[in-house]
Design a protein around this ligand. Structure first.
Ligand SMILES: *[C@@H]1O[C@H](CO)[C@@H](O)[C@H](O)[C@H]1NC(C)=O
Ligand SMILES: *[C@@H]1O[C@H](CO)[C@@H](O)[C@H](O)[C@H]1NC(C)=O
Ligand SMILES: *[C@@H]1O[C@H](CO)[C@@H](O)[C@H](O)[C@H]1NC(C)=O
Length: 590
């Protein structure tokens, strides 16, 4: 009797002590089986343990589902709270971590001898320390890894642990396991050509018989082609102080004034004096050095400024890389740095539309990091911002064999975040068709949101591709892209010369410019900006033909592991062109 009673009581007693005590036993919090594809450990290069590192410990938020529901409601046309965007204080009140969460994490850090600094929104803690001390705090082993494509080294750990009782209090700790793909955060530009490849077609000013658009737009894209095709040529936006169009730049890509000015003079003489402001973040720069290869930055800014003039454009230049071996002081990942900066902006400084032409293979982004970044993209949506990302340039995927030999298509993040609007690519104007590199597919991290149920559900249950590729994708995942725009052979000035640039990197700024014009018109009429677009795109925008369905063309990818793989564009939503391309003349009045 006595013995059995003791046996019953003793484990219960132990468990209650370890749950309350800050020094409960450590258990693994996050682990990768090995470095992601494209990264190899450099075994002969030791990590200097005295290297400074800034750990950010993100605390678990409260009421995440309540917040997401509020975001969807305020973004769904016809809902009683449609357009009731929030300010950051309201969002913070919903999501702020519970006091006990903060206290538990702080006392753990203090018991280990770490001073720490709470962010002013109280949702993350920064610990400025060294790699050696971070290793002992997190029971981690930082090693040097090299990217096989770029030759760049980063310091990362494949696994880290925290006390068991804190697992529910911590959302993520970085930098730890985040590598980024072989093309980590790289511009998704596919190809650059010299315009001399265009020969006579380029010169043809003849009008196409069904669309009335210049025949030259079949072979290369200028701002006039987009204005004709997406029907905003005759719209004259008025300058409003509170409708800013934001363009995101990472990876030391700097938009150039000289190139913009040459571009506007040649292709957009009515806007030839238009400029942009550059806003540095996290030590980012606004360098003017026209002879360098800033293709991505120039493409993005030339197509937003050109189409949206006189709407003010801001180029957000965010620095930051994984912690470098060579004592790079910028140790934070750029998406988090950028999002923190944006969410701290006052309402009047917040752009209403933002385009980003950077992304990673989803499986190379740790789940905890993807969830956090996506939640913050959702917060931008709740502030009334439309956030667009290019979908990527590898069709269903590039390298489609997983580490354990399985064949799988490869989705792109943040395009797979359900609160981002993902933009695929098209080419040609009569008809406009899917371009083969346009990435699309299904997330393995994020479930399909309700707003996609009808469009994507019907694609999956009726299309031959959906059945044929069933083993290569996750049918319950968030499907992307949402919409598309031209992505092939854009005239862009780079280093003083006219070049032809292709990629969904072009599609996202092209679509964002149209959204910025719609926002301009709405705000001018005293209405709310569009904010998070998707519930609107999947309902009224499509039903009222403000989105034009693209029904021909096929994507291509996975050539080494799944020969012939690619998604066909079809009637309705498809994983190449999403719902289709914009018609401003209709979108403006919805
Ligand atoms: C437009 O021109 C194409 C060939 O250039 C032709 O096949 C098509 O029938 C024409 N359509 C109309 C409506 O004239
Ligand atoms: C551009 O600026 C010049 C010099 O300030 C001015 O004379 C010209 O009218 C402007 N052009 C346009 C199209 O705004
Ligand atoms: C498929 O997607 C669901 C929903 O996001 C997810 O829970 C599941 O883990 C995914 N499956 C695979 C094999 O990735």
């Amino acid at each position: 009797m006595h013995i059995s009673k003791l046996l019953l009581i003793f484990p219960a007693f132990l468990a209650s002590v370890s749950d309350a005590h800050p020094l409960a036993p450590y258990t693994t919090f996050e682990t990768l089986p090995s470095a992601p594809r494209g990264w190899k450990e450099v075994s002969n290069r030791a990590v200097d343990l005295s290297t400074p590192i800034k750990l950010r410990i993100h605390l678990t938020q409260q009421n995440v589902h309540q917040f997401e529901k509020a975001l969807i409601d305020m973004s769904t046309p016809g809902h009683s709270s449609y357009g009731n965007h929030m300010n950051q204080a309201q969002i913070d009140d919903i999501l702020r971590p519970h006091e006990d969460t903060t206290t538990a994490v702080k006392s753990w850090l203090e018991s280990k001898g770490f001073g720490n600094e709470l962010s002013f929104r109280n949702d993350w803690i920064v610990v400025s320390t060294t790699i050696g001390k971070a290793e002992s705090l997190l029971q981690a082993k930082y090693k040097v890894f090299r990217n096989s494509e770029t030759g760049k080294d980063v310091v990362r750990t494949l696994s880290y642990s925290i006390p068991r009782n804190l697992h529910s209090s911590v959302a993520l700790i970085q930098p730890t396991t985040l590598f980024g793909s072989t093309s980590a955060m790289k511009s998704t530009i596919l190809r650059v050509e010299d315009p001399s490849v265009l020969k006579s077609a380029f010169l043809s000013k003849a009008k196409l018989n069904t669309t009335g658009i210049d025949a030259a737009c079949q072979s290369s894209i200028t701002p006039d082609c987009l204005a004709d095709l997406y029907k905003y040529k005759d719209y004259k936006p008025v300058k409003l102080a509170n409708n800013i169009l934001g363009v995101n730049g990472f990876l030391e890509q700097y938009a150039q004034n000289d190139d913009l000015s040459k571009f506007l003079k040649k292709y957009h003489p009515n806007a030839k004096n238009a400029t942009f402001n550059c806003n540095p973040i996290n030590g980012g720069k606004c360098t003017q050095h026209p002879s360098e290869d800033f293709t991505e930055a120039n493409l993005d800014i030339q197509y937003t400024v050109g189409a949206s003039n006189p709407i003010p454009n801001i180029y957000y230049s965010t620095a930051g890389r994984p912690p470098a071996v060579d004592l790079d002081p910028n140790t934070n990942e750029p998406y988090l740095e950028w999002l923190e900066y944006m969410l701290d902006l006052k309402d009047e400084d917040m752009p209403k539309t933002i385009t980003t032409s950077y992304g990673d293979d989803e499986h190379t982004v740790p789940l905890s990091y993807a969830l956090k970044v996506c939640n913050m993209i959702g917060q931008l949506g709740a502030r009334g911002v439309s956030v667009l990302f290019s979908s990527g340039d590898s069709g269903p995927g590039d390298d489609c064999t997983t580490k354990n030999g399985e064949k799988r298509f490869v989705p792109t993040f943040p395009a797979t975040c359900p609160f981002s609007t993902s933009v695929g690519g098209t080419f040609g104007v009569q008809p406009e068709k899917a371009v083969s590199f346009s990435s699309g597919g299904f997330s393995n991290y994020f479930a399909r949101p309700d707003y996609q149920d009808s469009a994507v559900g019907s694609y999956i249950s009726t299309q031959a591709d959906a059945a044929a590729y069933r083993n290569y994708y996750n049918a319950s995942g968030r499907a992307f892209p949402d919409i598309s725009a031209q992505g092939s052979r854009f005239h862009v000035f780079v280093g003083g010369y006219d070049q032809l640039v292709s990629g969904t990197s072009a599609s996202s700024p092209a679509f964002a410019a149209v959204i910025s014009l719609v926002n301009n018109d709405r705000i001018h009429r005293g209405e709310k900006p569009l904010g998070f677009l998707n519930p609107w795109l999947y309902t009224v925008a499509t039903e009222k033909k403000g989105i034009v369905d693209i029904t021909s063309g096929t994507s291509k990818g996975c050539s080494r592991s799944i020969p012939g793989a690619g998604w066909k564009a079809t009637t309705g939503w498809d994983p190449v062109t999403g719902l289709g391309t914009p018609d401003f003349s209709i979108l403006k009045d919805l």
